[in-house]
Ligand binder design. Structure first.
Ligand code: ADP
Ligand code: S3P
Ligand code: MG
Length: 170
């Protein structure tokens, strides 16, 4: 692994269903480092689920809390950090990410729809998950690409295999 002066060993970005939370935890285990997920941080700070924060406080408030969680983690977390899929839309977060080991997990629309269907509720994808996902992925793709230091395709691959590729690239 490359040595870094500071910051997380890897920061995972990508759309919902790309596997950031799953692959991030496995990568941290593999590296023997702690794992952190900004969605879990927001839940810990608010004492609510991400869905409840969206419904009760609104998306704007969620984005503020998320940006704060990213800022804290980039300063203090030495392990693997998974961001929520939309965290990179925040302009200050984009600036903060430059210089970090940002790993972009790519996923195609079909796979993302399948994976999200299997996972817990995502408030943005409750209605019309396929068309919402397509819209989010098209809007965000240039940003994910622009921030990525390492890009890994995940379609048709097991999480363990994705982890092995990231480990080799770090
Ligand atoms: N490479 C993969 N192949 C198959 N299923 C996956 C893969 N990566 C993640 N999953 C599954 O997809 C769902 C969403 O994964 P998750 O890690 O929550 O994604 P994200 O955090 O990027 O939204 C979970 O059920 C997870 O087990
Ligand atoms: O893409 C998004 O805007 C979101 C993605 C979710 O995280 P995952 O990408 O881990 O699903 C979560 O932060 C929230 O539901 C909003
Ligand atoms: Mg996640």
């Amino acid at each position: 692994m490359q040595s870094a002066s500071q910051g997380p060993a890897a920061v995972l970005i990508g759309p919902p269903g790309s596997g950031k939370s799953t692959v991030g935890r496995l990568l941290a285990d593999r590296l023997g480092l702690p794992f952190r997920d900004t969605d879990a941080d927001v839940e810990a700070v608010t004492g609510k689920t991400v869905s409840d924060v969206f419904v009760e406080d609104g998306e704007e408030r969620f984005r503020e809390l998320e940006a704060q969680a990213v800022r804290d983690a980039l300063e203090t977390h030495p392990g693997v950090l998974a961001l929520g899929g939309g965290a990179i839309m925040h302009e200050h977060t984009q600036k903060l990410l430059s210089g970090h080991r940002v790993v972009y997990l790519q996923v195609g629309l079909d796979q993302a729809v399948k994976r999200v269907g299997l996972a817990s509720a995502r408030p943005l994808l409750v209605l019309n998950p396929r068309s919402r996902l397509r819209q989010l992925m098209e809007q965000r793709r240039p940003i994910y690409e622009g921030l990525a230091a390492i890009t890994v395709a995940t379609d048709g691959r097991e999480p363990e295999d994705v982890v092995t590729e990231i480990e080799g690239a770090l």
